[in-house]
Design a protein around this ligand. Structure first.
Ligand code: FEO
Length: 176
């Protein structure tokens, strides 16, 4: 049986992942209204992944004999300073999430909960990729500067992102 402290930390992380989805939806809407449909697509796909991250933790809490407690999801900010402002905020948010995930890994280690430690390591590795993806896009935006043609090229690139279920073996996410 998982400890109450770890259950609470995992519950909070379900909320943080659902909030991430909510935040990326608001960013997606902002980009769509600015005619950057590729960036809007990238963010929408990101939001879908965040929901899957949350559901996977929700399922894990159940698998460990506890009951997930769903709490209020905060209202995301809806205004950003253009595409650069959006992706700066993505990176900042992912860095925050990395801190939360690392804290769960530390707690699992402290409690000698090897199963939970192994479970959360997937998220530790995922955060490296998420921060790197956001940084790469920010670097491209910086290189583009004021060139609208190149911005549209980047937008086309972001339009190509499709959703890949990160947990195809999780029955709650089958077909998602
Ligand atoms: Fe689920 Fe973007 O971390």
């Amino acid at each position: 049986m998982i400890s109450e402290k770890l259950t609470k930390a995992l519950n909070d992380q379900v909320n943080a992942e659902y909030y991430s989805a909510y935040l990326y939806h608001s960013m997606s809407a902002c980009m769509e209204s600015a005619a950057l449909k590729g960036a809007a697509n990238w963010l929408f796909m990101q939001a879908k992944e965040e929901m899957a991250h949350g559901v996977n933790i929700y399922q894990y809490i159940l698998d460990r004999g506890a009951v997930p407690k769903l709490t209020e999801i905060a209202q995301p900010t809806g205004s950003f300073d253009g595409i650069k402002g959006v992706f700066d905020a993505v990176l900042e948010h992912e860095q925050k999430v990395t801190g939360l995930i690392n804290a769960i890994a530390s707690l699992a280690m402290q409690e000698n909960d090897h199963a939970c430690y192994q479970f959360i390591m997937w998220y530790v590795n995922e955060q490296v990729e998420e921060e790197s993806n956001a940084s790469d896009i920010i670097s491209k935006i910086e290189l583009i500067g004021d060139d609208k043609g190149l911005l549209l090229t980047l937008d086309n690139e972001l339009a190509a992102r499709t959703y890949v279920n990160p947990f195809p073996n999780n029955p709650k996410l089958a077909g998602a």
